[in-house]
Write a protein that binds this ligand. Structure first.
Ligand code: PGA
Length: 255
């Protein structure tokens, strides 16, 4: 499939930044700058910002995502948030399996898979993050790591459900470090991810999936990264907290 036929998606991942008041300010500054985007624009924000963010972006082209969700519908899971809670307030996307969750909060491929299945069942669109550690890249096992994550994280996800899945390739060594993967490195792994999807599903299904790159993507390097055949968008951390920088990346994806 021609890259131009896939949906380009630029998503901000705010992480643990911005209070509701600050979220409103940032989104109000961002909205006019991305109003004519020719790609999907998403802001994934902290739980307590979601309601404010949905209200602040009503009538704009910015969609709102959460940064995680639990797999159970309800129950004794102190501190967790269910897919139904997110859905009811108008959340559309949810970041799952981010490396910070894997690294600091015990997220495993098994729990990423459970969350992914639950999100899809609730009608949320998961942005499933995969990526290798620096040590794994140095040991030349990037492909093994990615293949395993893709297989496990999407275990039991049907071909029909896959249409609502976005994959984000985020090499862990490039996140928040200022070290971007080169456009060729990003393309190599994004193409590998697509090949894995083709193996697990089929070529048509794989060709339709939006695969983002994430890891120090910014207004200076977005053009080159997004020019690659298999890089269909970006998951943006630091640069998504500055309206002009984020808008510049959206512009690069709209070409
Ligand atoms: P970064 O974060 O752009 O700050 O490197 C990306 C991410 O973690 O999603």
């Amino acid at each position: 499939m021609d890259k131009a036929k896939r949906k380009a998606i630029i998503a901000g991942n705010w992480k643990m930044n911005k209070t509701p008041k600050e979220a409103k300010e940032l989104l109000s500054a961002m909205a006019p700058l991305v109003a004519d985007a020719d790609c999907e624009v998403i802001a994934c924000v902290p739980y307590v910002d979601l309601a404010t963010a949905i209200e602040a972006t009503a009538g704009t082209n910015i969609k709102i995502g959460a940064e995680n969700c639990h797999w159970a519908e309800s129950g004794a899971f102190t501190g967790e948030i269910s897919t139904g809670m997110l859905k009811e307030i108008g959340v559309e996307y949810v970041v799952l399996g981010h490396s910070e969750r894997r690294q600091y909060f015990g997220e495993t491929d098994e729990t990423v898979n459970k969350r992914t299945k639950a999100a899809l069942a609730a009608g949320l669109k998961p942005i499933v993050c995969v990526g290798e550690l620096l040590w794994e890249r140095e040991c030349n096992i990037t492909e093994e790591v990615i293949a395993r994550q893709i297989k496990l994280d999407l275990w039991d996800v049907t071909e029909d459900e896959l249409k609502n899945v976005v994959i984000a390739y985020e090499p862990v060594w490039a996140i928040g470090t200022g070290k971007t993967a080169t456009a060729d490195q990003a393309e190599e792994v994004c193409a590998f991810i697509r090949a894995q999807l083709a193996k697990l599903y089929n070529q048509d299904a794989a060709d339709a999936v939006t695969i983002q790159y994430g890891g120090s993507m910014n207004d200076g390097n977005a053009d080159e990264l997004l020019s690659k055949t298999n890089v269909d968008g970006g998951l943006i951390g630091g640069a998504s907290l500055v309206a002009e920088k984020f808008a510049a990346i959206v512009k690069a994806a709209s070409k």
